[in-house]
Design a protein around this ligand. Structure first.
Ligand SMILES: Nc1ncnc2c1ncn2[C@@H]1O[C@H](COP(=O)(O)OP(=O)(O)OP(=O)(O)O)[C@@H](O)[C@H]1O
Length: 262
């Protein structure tokens, strides 16, 4: 396993996770049991509701990410990958531990909020503004974003509302908007899995460029091959626990051996 915290390390840290725990509180079945008096008494005694369930999604994860790294997050379904990214982006509170980051990490998920009733064109503008780009910068990069997404390859889809797009087209446009800006820390959740081969090649090249501009890229993917090809480092989570952190080839091999044995 790579030792990323040696005292002679001259690399510049961008994200430090220090013993991070994330716990979801789920108000499930039975939450209404006991009536109003019992609920009020629980409020005063600070006892949790009987229907409240806790999901301990991330358990004491520690790592340091550096400028210029592309880090793949791998692990079985429900192992806490998306939750960890949301915590790094500041979208999910941390129950224990700390996260330090350089700049504002941008989370690009397949579910990233674009407006379905607006055209792709309006979404490019709004998405750019939301990322802090000026109108002038958006105007300059608009055509590049549309070309990168490949949305207009078959027809003039960019002037249609996003609800008319396939899920792959939507994901490609989201990636293209986010990738138009140089991010200190860019986190991508499964976006690459949705594009076709040509789009994946463009995305990989763009991730390479983002790294060269000294940013850090995190990529959550179920495709081990994508992580091998795109990332130099991988972090493997299993049931919320960090199982392995090191060069992506080694971590992917170990993960594949683990999944083959199950
Ligand atoms: N909003 C939520 N409320 C309650 N529990 C949640 C919530 N989101 C995720 N979880 C739970 O937290 C755990 C980690 O989920 P998470 O989505 O982070 O895993 P993942 O590794 O990204 O999964 P996948 O590979 O299936 O996308 C799972 O047990 C999941 O059921």
């Amino acid at each position: 396993m790579a030792d990323t915290a040696t005292t002679t390390d001259t690399r510049v840290p961008t994200v430090i996770a220090d013993g991070v725990h994330v716990i979801y509180k789920v108000h499930g079945a039975g939450a209404r049991k006991g009536g109003a008096t019992a609920a009020l008494s629980r409020v005063f005694s600070r006892r949790p509701s009987p229907g409240m369930k806790e999901v301990h999604a991330v358990k004491g994860v520690t790592f340091t990410a550096h400028k210029g790294e592309a880090i793949g997050l791998i692990g079985s379904n429900g192992s806490g990958k998306s939750t960890l990214l949301a915590a790094i982006a500041g979208l999910q509170p941390v129950a224990r531990g700390r996260i330090y980051s350089h700049g504002q990490p941008s989370l690009l998920g397949v579910n990233a909020a674009l407006m379905n009733d607006l055209t792709g064109e309006r979404n490019v503008v709004l998405g750019g503004l939301a990322m802090g780009m000026s109108k002038q910068q958006i105007r300059e990069r608009y055509q590049g974003i549309v070309d990168f997404s490949g949305i207009n390859e078959k027809d003039d889809f960019i002037s249609l509302p996003m609800r008319t797009y396939s899920s792959g087209m939507g994901a490609r446009l989201r990636f293209s908007i986010a990738a138009a800006k140089d991010h200190d820390v860019l986190m991508i959740d499964e976006a690459l899995a949705t594009g076709d081969a040509a789009f994946q090649r463009r995305s990989q090249a763009r991730i390479e460029e983002l790294r060269e501009h000294a940013g850090t890229v995190f990529l959550v993917s179920h495709s081990i091959n994508t992580v091998r090809e795109t990332c130099d480092r991988a972090i493997w989570l299993e049931a919320g626990v960090l199982r392995m952190d090191g060069p992506s080839a080694e971590v992917c091999d170990a993960y594949e051996a683990f999944t083959a044995g199950r």
